[in-house]
Design a protein. Structure first.
Length: 80
């Protein structure tokens, strides 16, 4: 890779900033901030966002390109 920060940007785009419970995501549509704040890769003030749409008992995550993402596993807390 010509840009060593690119891998960090890709990974940080896939981590949500905060704690979210499925009960607060169901039957709603929200835009949640990711950990991607590097302005070289994020073009939204306050950090890049993903759309979360909850219907019935299913939660779907969508990228900026409106691609549906499959969540394989979740982490309840990451210790620094």
């Amino acid at each position: 890779m010509s840009d060593p920060w690119q891998i960090a940007a890709i990974l940080s785009y896939h981590v949500l900033n905060g704690t979210y419970y499925n009960t607060s995501l169901l039957n709603s549509s929200q835009f949640l901030t990711t950990l991607l704040h590097n302005q070289t890769y994020a073009n939204i003030t306050g950090g890049q966002k993903v759309q979360v749409v909850g219907t019935n008992d299913t939660v779907h995550f969508f990228s900026a390109l409106k691609e549906n993402a499959t969540v394989i596993s979740t982490v309840s807390r990451i210790a620094a």
